[in-house]
Write a protein that binds this ligand. Structure first.
Ligand SMILES: [Zn+2]
Ligand SMILES: [Zn+2]
Length: 437
């Protein structure tokens, strides 16, 4: 990986910012766990390590890591995060409070697992000023190397600043043999990234958000690794899993470099976050983050296709306030975020009529995103979720999520643009029928 030389460095970027790439070591090797004890000595002068896992990840890698560390002289504590109602742990305020009570602090924390376990450990380590490393057990999402966490706080999907790990210690055979729905979720998460970056461009060109061409090129350069060989991923060919995993790691690093989720989370992520929040309200079941993000990407691909054909944008009235009845117990928090976004939407709407900026955006975003057909065929060939039935969701529920997803975050995305331009709500049904059914 050509970007490996960035690890553990701080550098002055062409974008004018000084970027810190905090992970120092990304190990992808069969002997990764054997290399962990020595690396931990470079993270802390102490000798007490705390492994945070769940029942499944403990048996996959945690136990072996614990034994290896003990043999090397580390004192090992383990914290087993319990499953929540639907059979897996969740990353929310309740679980975090539980973790803070249960965990034996130690000198360094090691997350053994993926999304939830990694997020909880990262969050805990940041709040308690501990170095942390992660042992991934599947290539399922890109949060391994990110410096933020997306927990559910009081029912609201939120973004909390945390810290990136000092190292990632992945064993290829573990990732290759992980349940395939986790791997295909990783594809759904990563296939979104060029779209997230297009949304980032939107915020940059119209609203003055900082933008980094270096990060954008890095994200785009990872794309062939997963987009060009979905069949190899389905066949679990080691090279395909490795390419997917590296794309996940480096898209997480892009977020860490910028200090926000902008390079790797845009409108397509809002569909997943909204589905998660709907479950917090009504107790329903949601699917894996990346599987939902894959569908969100298809939806946004459908939106970009429509938006990029517009020569001269005509703005409709901004969408009204949030639908309080829909959001129920989390309405107040949703409203708070949306109120913060309203002035930005007004500004975006005003600036859209500036034809020159619109043409620059059209051209740049057009180079950035793929067609819905390309996304669909990649997800389909890879055996990843690509229709609403795949994510245990009814058409009505998906439609409700698509119609409310713009209400939950204060940062504008292509979904807001679709509302401002009058493409939403009419296109919701058309895109669902065309690409998500
Ligand atoms: Zn994601
Ligand atoms: Zn930069």
């Amino acid at each position: 990986m050509i970007y490996e030389k960035l690890l553990g460095t701080t550098f002055d970027c062409e974008c004018g910012q000084r970027h810190e790439v905090s992970p120092r070591n990304l190990i992808y090797a069969e002997d990764a766990l054997q290399r962990l004890p020595e690396f931990l000595h470079t993270c802390s002068s102490g000798t007490h390590v705390n492994l945070i896992a769940d029942e499944r990840t403990w048996s996959i890698a945690g136990r072996q890591a614990g034994q290896t560390l003990e043999q090397a002289g580390w004192r090992v504590s383990e914290t087993m995060v319990p499953d929540a109602g639907h059979g897996t742990p969740v990353c929310d305020d309740t679980t975090y409070a539980w973790l803070c009570r249960e965990v034996s602090r130690g000198d360094v924390a090691v997350a053994v697992g993926c999304g939830v376990i990694n997020d909880l450990t990262k969050w805990y380590a940041f709040e308690h000023d501990l170095p942390y490393v992660v042992i991934p057990t599947a290539a399922s999402m890109n949060g391994f190397t990110a410096a933020n966490v997306a927990p559910t706080l009081k029912g609201m999907k939120s973004l909390v600043r945390a810290q990136a790990p000092q190292g990632v210690f992945a064993v290829p055979s573990i990732l290759v043999s992980a349940p395939y729905e986790l791997t295909s979720a990783g594809l759904g998460d990563v296939i979104a990234k060029p779209f997230s970056t297009a949304d980032w461009l939107l915020n940059h060109l119209f609203l003055g958000e900082h933008y980094c061409g270096f990060c954008s090129r890095m994200i785009n350069s990872l794309e062939p690794g997963y987009l060009d060989c979905p069949g190899d991923l389905k066949a679990r060919r080691p090279e395909a899993i490795q390419a997917l995993f590296e794309a996940l790691l480096y898209s997480g690093i892009a977020m860490t470099m910028i200090g926000t989720s902008a390079p790797a989370s845009g409108g397509e992520h809002l569909l997943s976050h909204t589905l998660d929040m709907m479950c917090a309200v009504d107790g329903g079941i949601h699917d894996l983050h990346g599987r939902q993000v894959g569908l969100g990407t298809l939806l946004c691909a459908g939106l970009y296709e429509r938006i990029l054909t517009i020569d001269i944008p005509e703005c409709r009235a901004l969408p009204g306030d949030i639908d309080e009845a829909f959001w129920g117990s989390v309405a107040e928090n949703v409203k708070d975020q949306y109120q913060q976004k309203r002035p930005l939407l007004q500004l975006l709407s005003d600036k859209l009529t500036d034809g020159k900026t619109w043409q620059v955006f059209r051209e740049a975003a057009g180079l950035q995103v793929r067609s819905a057909q390309v996304i669909k065929s990649c997800l389909q060939q890879a055996g990843a979720a690509h229709v609403f039935a795949d994510i245990q969701c009814s058409r009505d529920r998906l439609r409700a999520a698509a119609g409310h997803m713009h209400e939950i975050r204060r940062r504008p995305t292509v979904v807001d643009l679709a509302w401002i331009l009058g493409i939403f709500p009419d296109a919701i049904d058309v895109i669902i029928d065309e690409w998500l059914t």
